[in-house]
Design a protein around this ligand. Structure first.
Ligand code: HEM
Length: 424
């Protein structure tokens, strides 16, 4: 068994201590990610345990597809698995921030801190005097004047701490990206393309913080002609959620790409179609999640709380009430909810079609698990969306629906990662 020379040179595992071919050390190195650089053998007992190589019998086939068709191929050589694990942890931290942000919005806490300082605001008010000064600042802004004019200091402390924890978690996420990135860079563990990728992720996490403040500012502005409940701009909310979803997806995708070995699948016409469907479905799920931000931003979950019809109609009368027509898509709560329903149902239909199509193709067990999980999470997500609507958007359900969109996106990315092409 010969290990390619380039691998021995590039991989830090080999730089530290190159195990002897066939030795236990070789097996351990293999478990750390280098195993996959060895010529694939079609899955022994160990391989089955790790990557689920054992091919499940495909429906319609009398016997499982030949093992040779389902081999795993070499993963990227130069980047140590620690980098992949770090990126997965970062995507988890971003998911936490999204959930916390959703709860902050749903408890109407997002406009309680009326200014922004990167370092100064990290220290919360301590004394009664400091709290009263903070409360007085809040009283100068529309949310207090129009909505919360009878709020007590104790109630204010609750919404303030909600927003504070979201902002502090944002800082933790920023550090979770930047500090390990600097460490890995300095250690020389990042290849050239990985350096670009890590820089982009660190840039995006900083941008995310700035976008958060830009969003909050839109809810603090006085609108003299408006007696509407003060809320942030739905455009900025969608931008803030959208960029969090991009950061989450990019981190998860890169982490999975570094850690999950590719399957050496035969490049049949059907497989190419399945791969294309998987990409299209992931894009549709992303769009549906983004449209959810407009529903949330306009409180459009509080109009037409019936399903499947909207009131007595399939197509409500006020669908195009705003002029010009294009404005309805982003500003009319009825249209925004209608679009989100259509996109949600289209997503679950696309996932079901993908699942049924995938049953015709012999796939490794792990890939099959990804397709089945995607279908299960899609059904759950639509069920959560409908319940949120019928029950007039209760906070725990709406927060779970929002987290469900991350789970669904993760399943779609996992499937895409399973179907990655092996580079020639
Ligand atoms: C694949 C399917 C779906 C996805 C990925 C999805 C995703 C989302 C997302 C990301 C939000 C924003 C949450 C927030 O920022 O707080 C949202 C909100 C919402 N969605 Fe969905 N959704 C789906 C299907 C549905 C369906 C079928 C319905 C109902 C018919 C629905 C009803 C709602 C409602 C009422 C809200 C507003 C909740 C709030 O105000 O916080 N969703 N959705």
């Amino acid at each position: 068994m010969v290990t390619p020379r380039c691998v021995r040179k590039c991989s830090p595992l080999f730089r530290r201590r190159a195990p002897l071919p066939g030795s236990l050390g070789m097996l351990r190195a293999a478990r750390g990610g280098v195993r996959l650089l060895l010529p694939a053998r079609g899955g022994g007992a160990g391989a089955e345990g790790r990557g689920g190589l054992a091919p499940a019998p495909a429906p319609g086939l009398a016997s499982p597809p030949p093992r040779r068709l389902l081999q795993q191929a070499a993963p990227p050589a130069a980047t140590p698995p620690a980098v992949g694990r770090w990126l997965l942890a970062c995507s988890g931290a971003v998911a936490g921030a999204v959930v916390l942000g959703g709860v902050t919005r749903l408890t109407e806490s997002g406009l309680s801190m009326v200014d922004w300082h990167l370092v100064k605001e990290m220290k919360p008010p301590r004394t009664q005097q400091e709290w009263e000064a903070e409360f007085q600042k809040y009283q100068q802004f529309p949310e207090f004047k129009i909505l919360n004019h009878d709020m007590t200091l104790t109630e204010f402390k609750f919404i303030w701490y909600m927003e504070y924890s979201h902002r502090m978690w944002g800082r933790v996420v920023g550090l979770a990206y930047i500090l390990p990135a600097a460490y890995f860079w300095q250690k020389g563990w990042l290849s050239r393309p990985m350096k670009g990728c890590v820089l982009a992720l660190c840039g995006l996490v900083c941008f995310q913080g700035l976008l958060g403040w830009y969003m909050v500012k839109s809810g603090l502005e006085e609108k003299p002609d408006s007696y509407d409940i003060p809320r942030v701009s739905q455009y900025r909310l969608a931008a803030h959620l959208g960029s969090a979803l991009v950061l989450y997806s990019a981190s998860l995708w890169t982490g999975l790409s570094l850690l999950l070995p590719r399957h050496k699948l035969p490049e049949t016409h059907q497989l190419l179609r399945l791969r294309r469907y998987a990409h299209g479905t992931a894009a549709l799920i992303f769009l549906t999640a983004l449209s959810g931000a407009f529903v949330a931003g306009l409180d459009a979950g509080l109009v037409y709380n019936s399903f499947p019809k909207m009131g007595d109609h399939w197509i409500p009368d006020d669908l195009l009430a705003f002029s010009p027509v294009l404005r309805n898509i982003f500003e009319n709560p009825t249209t925004v909810q209608f679009d989100h329903r259509i996109l949600g149902i289209a997503s679950v239909t696309a996932v079901t079609a993908l699942y049924l199509f995938s049953r015709k193709i012999p796939l490794p067990r792990r890939t099959r698990m990804a397709v089945t999980s995607l279908l299960a999470v899609a059904c759950m997500q639509v069920g959560l969306g409908i319940s949120t609507l019928l029950l007039y958007v209760p906070t725990p359900l709406a927060a779970t629906h929002q987290s469900g969109s991350l789970a669904l996106l993760s399943m779609a990315l996992w499937l895409m990662s399973e179907l990655r092409r092996v580079p020639k």
